[in-house]
Design a protein around this ligand. Sequence first.
Ligand code: GTP
Ligand code: MG
Length: 297
Amino acid sequence: MTRSVFLTLSGRTNAGKSTLLNALVGERIASVSSKPQTTRTRITGILTKGETQYVFIDTPGLHKPHTKLSAHMLKAAENSVREADVVLYVIDCTKPLHEQDEAMLQSISQRGITCIILVNKVDLLRDRSAMMPLLLRLEKRYHPHAIIPVSAAEKDGMDIILEEAEKLAGPSVHYFPDDAVTDQPERVIAAEIIREKLLRSLNEEVPHSIAVTVETMRERTDRELLDISAVIYCERDSHKGIIIGKNGAMLKKISSSARHELERFFEIQVNLHCFVKVRKDWRDQEAAIRSFGLADE
Ligand SMILES: Nc1nc2c(ncn2[C@@H]2O[C@H](COP(=O)(O)OP(=O)(O)OP(=O)(O)O)[C@@H](O)[C@H]2O)c(=O)[nH]1
Ligand SMILES: [Mg+2]
């Protein structure tokens, strides 16, 4: 008898949801960065172990919205929780509980949604007993199904999450092929890999103003080579200058590290071309947000 369970990762921006998704699935599916608001849309990560299929849904982190884009991101995050069977609510144990954590946990508990709280980044604690008051408070206030201290970065506690999740799996068909790791189209994965490299190399407001689209992705017929051409959109000419860098050095560095990651993911040699274009203030334009696939309908 096959079984499946859908688990929605929710929590504040930077709590480590995407790192967890990647650690649970064992593949780099979602972009991770130290910058806030890295994840912009829902991302599915799939793991099939024996008879059980786990479907994880990563969501944009909770934050205070300041553009139309971030309002869409917040809506995607809230809608995902509303539609969830099980929520994996992620907290960064090195930060105080935020009012948005309290409000979301309250709402999950009131709706009767099964919730497992993942207290993440325990590798950063010198003394793990220091988090006891937080664990007790969470238990008393929200009565979650379980609270699991984990470290996504060190893949510590992933087996316990799967053990608890398996208990919640119900008899059902597998909705995805057993060898699938995501349902994201290849073009979207490729664009996200490039965006992650941009996020990691750039600072201040530039990373947030970037969108990446993959225009073509074609395997050569005469040899093992994948041609990818991507457009990096930013909001200002000054940002374009920063992305390209002196004598094109920054864009070269970003393209080269993205190409390595693309080659690892697609297991084929990649020829990558990146172009930089300005689309002024696109984060506040519905049409642009939609055309980049970032609107939560
Ligand atoms: N030390 C440590 N760092 C972690 C851990 N998990 C995540 N991080 C780091 O925390 C930062 C944010 O991680 P993400 O996975 O992008 O966080 P997120 O919750 O998906 O963030 P948004 O997409 O913005 O909502 C990155 O720099 C990660 O490397 C952990 O267990 N330990
Ligand atoms: Mg994320």
